[in-house]
Design a protein around this ligand. Structure first.
Ligand SMILES: Nc1nc2c(c(=O)[nH]1)N[C@H]1C(S)=C(S)[C@@H](COP(=O)(O)OP(=O)(O)OC[C@H]3O[C@@H](n4cnc5c(=O)[nH]c(N)nc54)[C@H](O)[C@@H]3O)O[C@H]1N2
Ligand SMILES: Nc1nc2c(c(=O)[nH]1)N[C@H]1C(S)=C(S)[C@@H](COP(=O)(O)OP(=O)(O)OC[C@H]3O[C@@H](n4cnc5c(=O)[nH]c(N)nc54)[C@H](O)[C@@H]3O)O[C@H]1N2
Ligand SMILES: [Mo]
Length: 760
């Protein structure tokens, strides 16, 4: 429950004593001070488990404590001693539970038994695994495969993900939306076009060699805190770190390493960013255009050292002239107005970048979750290409992925795009005719659910209904589906709104020992630097009746599909090494000698762009001219009373999992119902700090979208933007408000109107 509300600026650095206190609180809350701490010693270690929080890279030589504040919270949350017993569901109908907060639902603890929804009594009722599989199998056999959706949240291992994707295709569809569709899909569209690689090119080693770091739209202190270590080291070497973010995120400002006793005892802080530019939400194209214009015109005028890497541009790129012409033609007043930054600041940033022998660009949801998400990423690539900053030491692009294996799921087949799958090989390996039509991504699945063409939804983890846009219409349409099945560790809102026939299947978490016929199993994941490594559970399972994700997928598949001797589901479950062999057969180039290499330190997936080989349509790295400097032509953003709402994560959450009500770095404690606003925007609306407002979406499509009861917090944020937390604000996002082509919901630029709430 939310407790006393305090809102006051936080003076401390990221990390530091605040982080130590927070870890202690969450470990104690989970009742896990001892075993939880022991588990932490194995976190991100070669003989231990891979953190279940973010996808940040695991170093070759891990620290004694290779975890961060938020990784520790994720471990405490999964390894909690709290359990949801059957009597809980006897005592609560799902309708009653809909009134509970996200925090309170998950805080009840781990799910223990498979359950079927009793619609008459409106309650979850315990069933056997055999009955659950049989009944779901019967339903699936009666449904048209093309009208079913198999969602995956990005946590499942490579083994489970491969089996999930194969199950979908054997069943007969490519409807495999995943959390990446709400996240880095803009990257997955933009980077292949630009450099022929779907993922980032930077490795941890590049941090040690880089001459400059540019950071756009990522919140390191909360969402990838272990990146603060290489950033701290780079800053200490004098590497300029230039950050673009509407909010002054503490992680990009300063850091105290909580694992360095001298630093802690002396309260020493390291400055992280050397320059911080509070770009307007959606202003990055204009800002980067300003940098590129400075570089190109500086180079035009240079008599001595060139500003651009001409040899690289000539040998390796395509489209430079058109891009350079667009930059020269861009007008500074437009760039300033769109970015909210002044010319001299952009010129200075460009000069710092131009002086560095190498540079890397880091980015996150602040770029991908815009209508121009794909173009934003292309602009980052333009900037890097101008100075040959790909495929050389210390240089490259670093999209910071979200879930711990979200990148890997794509690598082994979780995608709705059949062209990304070696279908011929699958056909040969398993003797079947794989479906060849494009499947549904997340937005398309939502459209199908609302429109009634999707009849069944199976979710491998996640909290789909809470994470997607258009909450009201989704919650209204969801129960019209025939079948909904959720595989989960903890109770969430997606388990309270159900299809006609519904099952909730509890699984082991990655931290738990996974005992199968051949002994305890290990799984594998791919991190944000495309490194594939092993993970072994270390603590006892939360319950004796839990199954692993591979075992659940195999159970479902066997019940729903005709027997196929070429797909040895049982043998795979008995020994996950056999799944890895199968993955290697399907993807021999990526997973060569998989079983032997992955547990001997892991291996990087081959990325031709790292060697300056460009698998693009032109055979070169491609420049791209942005279509517009504007974020959004479809909505009324130009209206003076409209603000662009950025939805953000607090320091006490992992996506829809709300650990608590403490957003330390932003100084908010005891509540999540706040909207951060610029002083002038508040004054212009006769609002003051502490006032309560409702928000509605400022679009004209016949639907009213509203969220109520947000406390105004006057904050250091550019005018024209405001910020509030995800997922509380998801009811405001129209389903059609998404990035062009990648269809990532534009959660960082929702046009909203604020209204003073009526007095109670
Ligand atoms: N502890 C914790 N760790 C996590 C998660 C979590 O919820 N909690 N989630 C995981 C997942 S799935 C993901 S995808 C990642 C998300 O990690 P991030 O990519 O950091 O995502 P957000 O928290 O949404 O923060 C986006 C940042 O972009 C900024 N921003 C917003 N709009 C703009 C813009 O127009 N331009 C620029 N330049 N900046 C902008 C915001 O101020 C904010 O700092 O983290 C992963 N790690
Ligand atoms: N407005 C707005 N919306 C957003 C975003 C935003 O920034 N703003 N971000 C988007 C992004 S980047 C993402 S990735 C999505 C996240 O969307 P999802 O991935 O769907 O959501 P999560 O909150 O990560 O899922 C949490 C649930 O996963 C289950 N779970 C946890 N561990 C396991 C496990 O090991 N196995 C299984 N089977 N289940 C498990 C638990 O039951 C838990 O309740 O949200 C998106 N939505
Ligand atoms: Mo994400």
């Amino acid at each position: 429950m939310a407790n006393d509300v305090t809102i006051k600026p936080y003076p401390g650095p990221s990390g530091g004593w605040g982080s130590v206190k927070s870890v202690a609180k969450h470990t104690l809350n989970a009742g896990r001070l001892f075993t939880g701490n022991l588990a932490l010693l194995k976190q991100n270690k070669p003989d231990g488990f891979s953190c279940v929080s973010c996808s940040w890279a695991k170093p070759d030589k891990p620290l004694a404590f290779e975890y961060c504040e938020n990784g520790a919270k994720a471990t405490a949350w999964e390894t909690t001693r709290k359990r949801i017993h059957q009597r809980f569901f006897e005592a609560h109908t799902t309708t009653q539970l809909l009134g509970w907060s996200d925090h309170d639902l998950e805080a009840r603890g781990r799910l223990l038994h498979p359950m079927r929804l009793d619609r008459v009594r409106d309650r979850w009722v315990r069933v056997t695994w055999a009955d659950a599989f049989r009944e779901i199998g019967t339903e699936l056999r009666n449904l048209p495969p093309k009208q079913t959706v198999f969602y995956a949240s990005g946590r499942a291992s490579l083994e489970a993900s491969y089996m999930w994707g194969l199950f979908a295709r054997l069943y007969g569809h490519n409807n495999l939306p995943d959390s990446s569709n709400m996240c880095h899909e803009s990257t997955s569209v933009a980077l292949p076009e630009a450099i022929g690689a779907p993922v980032g090119t930077v490795t941890l080693d590049d941090f040690k060699k880089t001459g400059c770091i540019l950071a756009f739209g990522q919140n390191v202190g909360t969402n990838a805190p272990r990146m603060l270590h290489p950033l701290q080291a780079a800053s200490r070497r004098g590497v300029p770190i230039i950050t673009f973010n509407p909010l002054r995120e503490r992680g990009w400002e300063r850091f105290t390493n909580p694992q360095a006793p001298v630093e802690m005892l002396s309260f020493a802080e390291t400055r992280i960013s050397s320059a911080y530019h509070q770009v307007k939400a959606g202003g990055d194209i204009a800002a980067i255009m300003g940098l590129c214009k400075t570089l190109i015109e500086g180079d035009d005028a240079a008599s001595g050292r060139p500003w651009l890497d001409h040899a690289f541009i000539a040998e390796h790129t395509h489209g430079f002239e058109a891009f350079a012409a667009a930059c020269r033609a861009a007008k500074w007043p437009d760039l300033e107005a769109r970015s909210g930054l002044i010319r001299t600041a952009l010129e200075q940033a460009a000069k710092t970048y131009a002086a560095a022998p190498s540079a890397m660009a880091i980015y996150g949801m602040g770029l991908t979750q815009h209508r121009t998400g794909v173009e934003n990423v292309r602009m980052v690539m333009n900037l890097l290409l101008l100075r040959g900053n790909v495929g050389k030491p210390g240089a490259g692009v670093l999209p910071v992925r979200g879930h711990s294996n979200v990148q890997g799921q794509r690598t082994v087949g979780i995608t709705e795009k059949p062209e990304l799958i070696p279908l011929e090989r699958l056909a040969e390996q398993y003797g079947f005719e794989p479906p060849r039509e494009k499947g549904m991504n997340t937005v398309e699945a939502c459209e199908g659910i609302i429109g009634g063409t999707v009849r069944a939804f199976l979710g491998l983890g996640g909290n789909f209904i809470r994470a997607v846009p258009e909450t009201a219409a989704m919650e209204e349409a969801w129960p019209r589906m025939r079948l909904t099945v959720q595989v989960a560790t903890k109770l969430n809102r997606s388990h309270l709104i159900n299809g006609e026939v519904a099952f909730l299947l509890p699984c082991l978490g990655r931290i738990e020992v996974d005992e199968q016929a051949s002994g305890p199993q290990a799984v594998t994941c791919e991190d944000t630097m495309a490194k594939i490594h092993g993970s072994r559970g270390v603590i006892a399972p939360a319950g004796a009746n839990l199954l692993s994700e591979p075992a659940i997928i195999a159970g479902l598949a066997k019940a729903a599909l005709e027997l196929n001797p070429l797909v040895p589901w049982d043998e795979w479950v008995a020994d996950y090494g056999r799944v890895r062999d199968a993955i290697e057969t399907t993807y021999p180039d990526v997973f060569r000698d998989y079983n032997s290499r992955v547990f001997a330190g892991g291996f990087h997936r081959p990325l031709p762009a790292r060697q300056r080989q460009w698998k693009t349509d032109t055979g070169s790295a491609n420049f791209h001219v942005p279509l517009s400097l504007r974020e959004d032509l479809a909505t009324d953003l130009e209206r003076a009373d409209v603000l662009q709402l950025i939805t953000i994560r607090s320091n006490d959450q992992f996506n829809t999992t709300i650990y608590g009500y403490e957003d330390r770095f932003r100084g908010v404690s005891g509540t999540r119902m706040v909207v951060f606003m610029n002083r002038h925007d508040a004054a212009g609306r006769s609002l003051a700090d502490g006032d309560t407002v409702d928000m509605t979406t400022a679009v004209d499509d016949g639907l009213t979208r509203c969220v109520k009861g947000f406390r105004v917090v006057i904050y250091d944020i550019p005018t024209g933007c405001c910020a509030a937390y995800f997922p509380e604000c998801n009811p405001l996002i129209p389903l059609w408000h998404h990035a062009e082509r990648s269809k990532v919901p534009a959660a960082k630029s929702i046009p909203v109107l604020l209204h003073r709430a009526d007095p109670p």
